[in-house]
Write a protein that binds this ligand. Structure first.
Ligand code: CP
Length: 287
């Protein structure tokens, strides 16, 4: 899928950014939780390959009247949807949509569990920089506890040969992740970043915190903010990543987010190509 994303980037560089690969197929973007990057990039990815796109936003739907996930999916499937892209606040929701619809489903983020296409685009962005992930150290710093991005990256990046170091205050660093192959946990940000080739800041997900996780935001920023001072510990050409959305000057300084090391907008750009590749793989090219 990462190799095919190279081809998709070439398509996106053409004056006419469209291919007929998914002509006649309908992709439903079913978003039960807010999104900017994932929703828009999946929508564009499907349109770039000539699919029809049905965008379903739960907030303006009959879900707000109490309609169940099952009934909602059965209604949408009756329109002859060929595949779903699903974001939901509950872990496992994408599996339920697959069960209720009998259609291919791409998980676009479920609760704190997984965000696989984000991990793919992160891997793609590091690979674009270095040619390979083999032997690369990737530090992921911040609210690991609530992060589906951290979990998916911890699963994917070691499979591609990288070492992953997850870092944050002890209250935001679940020990259950320690046993994953190729993954190390630390509460020391300098230790995490030392010799790293890529440093990813994670958003503090205050909407998922009911209190007691942090003494103060200022104290958090003092110890864990990804900024130029912390980046001094990394490899000289190390890049800065953030899956977005960012709390600027909290988990990442504006200087680091906008500076020459930043590949944050490159992640966004690559997201469209990677998601085109995923849709193609799922609907056309698996064999
Ligand atoms: N990274 C990410 O999933 O961003 P959105 O919530 O804007 O889709």
């Amino acid at each position: 899928m990462l190799n095919n994303a190279d081809t998709m980037l070439q398509v996106l560089d053409r004056p006419v950014k469209k291919v007929p690969a998914l002509q006649g197929l309908t992709v439903c973007n079913a978003f039960f939780e807010n999104s900017t990057r994932t929703r828009t990039s999946f929508e564009l990815a499907a349109r770039r390959m000539s699919a029809d796109v049905l965008t379903f936003a739960a907030g303006s739907s009959s879900v707000s009247k109490g309609e169940s996930l099952r009934d909602t999916v059965e209604v949408l499937t009756a329109y002859k949807v060929d595949a779903y892209v699903v974001r939901h606040h509950a872990a496992g929701a994408a599996h339920l949509v697959a069960r209720y619809s009998g259609k291919p489903v791409i998980n676009a983020g479920d609760g704190r569990r997984a965000h696989p296409t984000q991990a793919l685009l992160d891997a793609y962005t590091v690979r674009q920089e270095y040619g390979s992930l083999e032997g690369k150290k990737i530090a992921i710093i911040g609210d690991v506890r609530h992060s589906r991005v951290a979990r998916s990256n911890a699963e994917l990046l070691p499979k591609l040969g990288a070492e992953v170091v997850l870092c944050g205050p002890a209250t935001l660093l679940p020990e259950g992740l320690a046993g994953m192959p190729g993954v190390r946990l630390t509460t020391d940000a300098k230790d995490a970043v030392r010799g790293a080739h890529a440093v990813m800041a994670l958003r503090l997900q205050q909407e998922r915190m009911s209190g007691g996780y942090l003494a103060s935001l200022q104290e958090y920023a003092d110890h864990y903010q990804v900024n130029e001072r912390l980046m001094q510990e990394a490899e000289s050409g190390a890049i800065v990543l953030h899956p977005g959305p960012m709390n600027r000057d909290l988990e990442i300084s504006s200087e680091a987010a906008d500076g020459p090391r930043s590949r944050i907008l490159k992640q966004v750009e690559n997201g469209q190509a990677v998601r085109m590749s995923v849709l193609y793989h799922l609907l056309v090219g698996r064999d």
